[in-house]
Design a protein around this ligand. Sequence first.
Ligand code: AMP
Ligand code: ZN
Length: 469
Amino acid sequence: MEFYIYNTLNRKKEKFVPLNSKEVSLYTCGPTVYNYAHIGNLRTYIFEDILKKSLEYTGYKVKHVMNITDVGHLQSDGDSGEDKMALGAKRENKSPWDIARFYEKAFFEDCKKLNIKKPTVSCRATEHIEDMINLIKKLEEKGYTYIANGNVYYEIDKFKEYNKLAKLSMDELEAGSRIEVDVHKKNPLDFVLWFTNSKFTNHIMQWDSPWGCGFPGWHVECSAMSIKYLGEKIDIHCGGVDHIPVHHTNEIAQSEAALGHNWVNYWMHGEFLVLDGGKMSKSNGDFLTLSRLMEEGFTPLDYRYFCLQSRYRKQLVFSFDSLKEAASSLRKLKAKINLINENITSSENVDESKINNYKLKFENQISDDLNTPNAFTVLYEVLKDNMLTNKEKIILVEDFDKVLSLDLLNYETYNKSNVDENLINSLIEQRCKARQDKDWAKADEIRDTLKDMNIELIDSKEGTTWREI
Ligand code: AMP
Ligand code: ZN
C-alpha cells in the first residue's frame, strides 16, 4: 500500500518513496535531559511512535535513531539565555552528568508507560564529541566557518539554501535569534558550532578540540549522529514544529554543506500541545508531567488515547476536562472489547477475507499521513459489525493495537479493586440528602460526578444502587 506523508520541506502531502525498500531510516530529535519531559514533549514522541509503527504495519522495517541531548545548551534556540544543564545542576545541587543520567532514565520510563517503543539506536551527545569535531572540521575545510571571540561560527550566507525548510522572510527568521545580539556574528542568524569562550567560563562539560577546550553548539549533534548511524542520506527526520525555523534549518545547513548533497527526503513536524491558558514551557518551571497526570488519577494510556484523537499536525489544547472525557471513552472502549472477548465461543469461525478487508481499511487510514482519528472509526466499525464473529473482532483489535498501543485487550486495570466504594457510598448518601432537601441541582451534580467516575446510579423503591459502566 502507498504511504503518504506531509513533507514540511515542500508543504504538501507526498507519496513516501524510501531510499531503500528494505529498511526506512528515521531520525527523531530526542530530549534535552535537564528536567522531566512535559506532556507536550511526550505528544511529539507519541506521534513519532505512531509513525514508526504505522510504517512497520504497512510492511517496512524501520531503523530509528534518536539523540539524547546531555551536553549543556542555552535556553533559547539561538546562542543566548542560560545553560540548561547547568541550570538543572544548580537547581538540584548535582553535577550536570548526574542530572543528565537521572532525567534520561526518567524519560525512558515515561516512554515505557506510554507504550512508546525504544529507538533502534539512542545516542548521547557527550559520547559523540569526536564525530561532531570531525563534522566541524569538514565545514571548516569547505569554508563555511569563521572564528570570532574564540568561538567557531557557521556562516549562513555561504549556504544558499538556508531558508529552504523554514521558508520565512529574513525578518521572521531573525526575530528568533535576536533575543540577545551577539556582536561577533557576521549575520545574526550565524550560529556557534564550537564554543571555547562561552559566557559561562565555569562550564563543567568541556572537551579538547582543534579550536581549544570547549563544547559543541546544540545543532551539530543531530547532524553528526544521524549521519553516523543512518548514512549520508536519510528518509525521514522528525521533531516538533518549533524546530523548523532554527534547529532543523541549522541541521540542514551543516549536513548539506558538509556532505555536498541533499540530506533528508521527508521532514515531519508535530504540532504543539498547548494549555487552555497558553503555551507550555519547561524554562518557567511550571509544566505538566506524566506523573502529575497519574497523581490526578489518569493512566498514561489515557493520555496516549487523548493524543491519538487528534491529528498530529493540528494544535491540541490540553485541559483536565478533555483528558477526563478521553479517559472515560477509553474505558468504555475497553469494556466493550472485554465483553466481546468474554463471549467468544469455541465454534466461532475466522474468515480471513473479512479480516483482511478491515486490515486494509485500517492501513488506509494510518498510511494517510497518520490519520489516527479515522483509524479509530475503523476500530469502532469492527466492534459494531454484526457480520463479524467475536473471534474475528478480537483478532482485528489485537492487530490494530500493534499501532495504537493502548493495551486494548487489557481490561484488568479497571477491575473493581480500583473503585473507591467508600467514596461512592458517601456521594450516594450526599445525593440522597440533597433529594430529601429538594436540592435537585446538587443531586444532579453528584450523579454527574459519579458518571465521570464511570459509575451509574440505579434508583428504585428500595433505594439507590450503583454499577460500573
Ligand atoms: P526538548 O526536550 O525541549 O528538546 O523537546 C523535545 C521534543 O518536544 C522536540 O521535538 C520539541 O519540538 C517537542 N516539543 C516541545 N514543546 C512541545 C509542545 N508544547 N508540544 C509538542 N511538542 C513539543
Ligand atoms: Zn535535532
